[in-house]
Structure formats: structure tokens, C-alpha cells
Design a protein. Structure first.
Length: 488
């Protein structure tokens, strides 16, 4: 699914209308989808207060209010602004609402009394906001946030720009019902308290509008990843699925190597070899090579993937060995954890990165690599710039893991949950992505597929566990179930 910013959403609106549907009817379609979903998710709803601006988002709100009115549900509408100056669509749906017997009040600086069981629908600004909210609108939003009522936002929480981080007052929605495509703002950590949970409602906007190919990003879901899952041929053998060399683990962190190597073999790599110092204990399926033989082994050409970093440590010997490996292995590599910290310690190592390599930092590792930023939006911009400068795919691990590519594209991962914030989870991801590289996917596709399946396995583990968190091994244990569900 594409992710578009506000100007492109408006372009899709215009194009859809030009192709034969009136603006008022399109609004009717959007409002119907929204009211139906609200009723589905809140079947015991008792009464509704709809907060409307005088723009098209307010028109959506009036249309939603009329749908509730037609169901004989107690509904009130509170309008902010001068209704006489509303948009054409707002005025059209205001007339229809009042003709159906609906009553609108005008905001006078204070909220009317709101019964305890009322759900508030926010249709004040939507995606139309392009400046900080001030004045009486800011006062209204503050009063709504302080009301303690459940707030459902239509398209966007009012005051939240679709493309970034707000500077003014913003609705704190419990849930946001957004139309057609997710907005970039949904994926920025600073905005989580504004959007609440969110869902996308298909309202039939034309996806072939002029400029549609220039999406802000791509939302990675099951339909995106499913084509990567190819059935294995009858006469294939382990040599067809790649040989991964892992440089991971240390005296103080042996578990990182164990998790990474087991995840790699579980995710389908034909063979996995761990370069260690002879003391690592792993599963029987994992082969071992002493680290003093690693560089000649990489030069031999028998490995098609080299991944390094989990639990490696930041010692001078680790730095020297990583440098020698990067000088010896000229295919795309996968670097995580301490391998990234070693790059941050010695930026000259970035000059040795083969084009197409994958880096998988968490935010702290990314800051060490790229420097401090003022927030997640600036961090994303810097992530894109580094992907282009170093010609690498960067997987920035967090909620809605963000993947940037050498050609400037952005992919937002749609799987995963906060319970996966646990030691070793990133080591498992490294092993899974390396396995997909070994099986022949391009580095970018391997990063996308591996990240999604890692998150999906975590979702299944979390659901089964039924608590607040899981452990890294649970992700490996549920990997095959994730594949099965994806193929179902």
C-alpha cells in the first residue's frame, strides 16, 4: 500500500472527481465508510458529539452525523467557525443534516455539557491544516483533550500535519479513521500520542491519479511480502539456498551468536557457519570456523553472504578483523549491532562497504553513525541521505521499522509489537535477513521480507503469550507459523 502526503491525497481527490463522481458524493462515501466502521467497533455506542470545522473535514463530520441521525441515535453537532463561510461541500452537508432534523450548535468558547457515555468525533481540520492551531480552535482542542471522553478522529487528528510533527495544539485521538492511504505522520514516534491506534478506510479514490508513482513511501503488509515466498523445487539441495558466514558473539555475549545463527538456519539458509574462537556453543545445525581462518575463507568465494555484529564487541581485535573482512568480501554485507558501532568509531570503514549492503541500526546506533538529530523527521531525512551516499539499505529498528534504499525509497514495516523490545530481538532479525539474502533475494527485498516476517513471528508469539512481552527465542519459535499464515 502506498503512503502519500497531503498534496498527493488532494490530487487523488481531484482526479477521482474528474472521473465522474461529485465531490459531495465522494464525501458521502467516505462518511458512510467511517460511520459504519465506528458502529462496528463501538456497537454499544449511546450518543455522539461531532465536532466540525467549516472545511471539507467538517463536511465529513456532518455527513457522519446524519448517518447516525438516520439510525435514531442521539447525535449533536458542534461547529467551530462561521458556517456562512464554509466550503461548498460543508454547506451542502449542513443543509442535508438540518433537513433531516439535526441541530447544530456553534462553539462559543466552552464545550457544552457532554454526557459520560458520549463518543466524540473529531472532524475539525483533517488533512487541511498547514499551520499551528491557534486561538479559539486551540482552546476547543484543549477542552476536548481534557474532557476524558473517547475521541475518534476523521482522516487526521485535528492539528496534526499529515507530513510531519506538529508545533501547535493537537487532538489526542483514541483512534484515527484515515481515508484510502496512511499518512507519513502516522509513522513518527512523536505523533503516537495524537493518532492513537489507526486504520485505513477504502473510499474508492483512484490510485492512477497523475503523479501517483511519486509516493512518499510504501506500507509493507502481507500482500507485499507474499510474492517473495517461492516454493522449493523438488530436486533442490542445500547448496541452492546459500551459505552464510556469521561473525557474531564474544566471551561476554555468546547468546547473540546463538540466536543469530539459529534464526538464520530456521529462516531457510542452506548452510550457516559461525566464525568464533572455538568456545561458542550453538545448535547442531550450525557449522563453526575459527576466526583466525575467517579472512581466507571469505576470499575463497564459498560464502555468498557475510553478516557481522551481534555480540561482537568493540575491541581493537574486533575492529581489525571487521576491517579485514570488509576488504576481503566484495559482495553486499549485513552489519548490525557492534559492527555498526565499530563503523561509528572508525568512519573510514564506511568506505569499504560494498554497494548494496544492509545496515540494521536501532535509533541509538543510528545516532552514533549519523549524529544527533532534532527528531524523527530529521532522522528519517538523514537516513535517506546516508542510504544514497553509502549505497546501502538501512533498516532503522523501532515501532514501524523504516527501511530506506540507495535510490531514495522508503518502506514502513507493518508488523511487530512493543513486546519485541527485548534483548536478542535484533540478533534474530539479522539472522533472518541474512537467510533471505542467501536464498537469492536482493538486499532490499531481503531486508523487507526479513523485517516483516520477524515482526509477524513476534506478533504470533505475543498473541500466544498473552502478556506484555516475549523473549527473542519466541520469535524464532514462531517463524514457521508466520510463513504458514502468510501463505494461507
Amino acid at each position: 500500500m502506498k503512503i502519500y502526503d497531503a498534496p498527493f491525497i488532494r490530487a487523488a481527490d481531484r482526479y477521482t472527481i474528474e472521473q465522474g463522481i461529485s465531490s459531495a458524493d465522494l464525501m458521502e462515501r467516505a462518511a458512510r465508510a467511517c460511520s459504519d466502521q465506528i458502529l462496528k467497533e463501538h456497537p454499544d455506542i449511546q450518543q455522539v458529539l461531532v465536532i466540525c470545522g467549516t472545511g471539507n473535514n467538517g463536511g465529513d463530520g456532518l455527513c457522519i452525523a446524519r448517518h447516525f441521525l438516520e439510525l435514531s441515535m442521539p447525535v449533536k453537532v458542534l461547529i467551530h467557525g462561521h458556517r456562512e463561510s464554509g466550503t461548498e461541500d460543508f454547506s451542502h452537508h449542513l443543509r442535508r443534516f438540518e433537513s433531516a432534523g439535526g441541530i447544530c450548535e456553534s462553539y462559543s468558547g466552552r464545550l457544552p455539557d457532554i454526557p459520560q457515555d458520549t463518543i466524540v468525533i473529531d472532524a475539525l481540520f483533517g488533512t487541511g491544516i498547514n499551520r499551528p492551531v491557534e486561538g479559539t480552535a486551540a482552546t476547543l482542542i484543549e477542552q476536548l483533550n481534557e474532557s476524558g471522553k473517547t475521541i475518534l478522529s476523521v482522516d487526521m487528528p485535528s492539528g496534526l500535519p499529515a507530513n510531519g510533527i506538529p508545533e501547535g495544539t493537537v487532538i489526542h485521538a483514541h483512534h484515527t479513521y484515515s481515508f484510502q492511504w496512511p499518512k507519513p505522520a502516522f509513522f513518527l514516534p512523536e505523533n503516537a500520542g495524537y493518532t492513537g491506534s489507526w486504520s485505513i478506510l477504502d473510499i474508492g479514490l483512484r490510485a492512477d491519479f497523475p503523479g501517483h508513482e511519486h509516493a512518499w513511501g510504501e506500507w509493507v503488509d502481507s500482500s507485499f511480502v507474499l510474492p517473495f515466498l517461492k516454493p522449493r523445487k523438488t530436486f533442490s539441495h542445500k547448496g541452492n539456498y546459500g551459505h552464510v558466514m556469521l561473525l557474531a558473539g564474544s566471551k561476554d555475549m555468546p547468546g547473540a551468536a546463538n540466536l543469530c545463527s539459529f534464526a538464520c538456519i530456521r529462516a531457510g539458509a542452506g548452510r550457516v557457519t559461525l566464525a568464533d574462537d572455538g568456545r561458542e556453543e550453538t545448535r547442531d545445525e550450525i557449522m563453526h570456523l575459527h576466526r583466525n581462518k575467517l579472512v581466507p575463507a571469505l576470499e575463497s568465494g564459498q560464502y555468498n553472504v557475510f553478516a557481522a555484529g551481534p555480540g561482537l564487541g568493540r575491541t581493537p581485535s574486533a575492529h581489525t578483523l571487521l576491517k579485514q573482512c570488509l576488504e576481503s568480501f566484495r559482495h553486499p554485507v549485513l552489519l548490525d549491532a557492534d559492527a555498526l558501532n565499530l563503523l561509528a568509531d572508525d568512519p573510514s570503514l564506511t568506505m569499504l562497504l560494498p554497494a548494496g549492503s544492509i545496515l540494521t541500526p536501532h535509533p541509538g546506533e543510528f545516532r552514533r553513525l549519523a549524529g544527533d538529530t532534532s527528531g524523527s523527521l530529521e532522522m528519517l531525512t538523514l537516513q535517506q541521505q546516508l542510504s544514497a551516499r553509502w549505497q546501502v539499505t538501512i533498516v532503522l529498528k523501532r515501532a514501524y521499522t523504516c527501511i530506506t534504499t540507495p535510490d531514495g525509497k522508503i518502506y514502513i514495516n507493518g508488523s511487530g509489537n512493543p513486546g519485541m523490545a527485548t534483548a536478542g530481538s535484533g540478533d534474530v532479525l539479522t539472522g533472518i535477513i541474512a537467510a533471505w539474502m542467501a536464498q537469492g533475494l536482493s538486499p532490499t527485498d531481503a531486508a523487507i521480507a526479513g523485517t516483516y516476517l520477524h515482526g509477524l513471528a513476534g506478533d504470533l508469539a505475543m498473541k500466544e503469550q498473552g502478556g506484555l512481552n516475549i523473549i527473542a527465542g519466541d520469535i524464532i519459535d514462531h517463524y514457521n507459523s508466520a510463513i504458514k499464515i502468510l501463505r494461507a
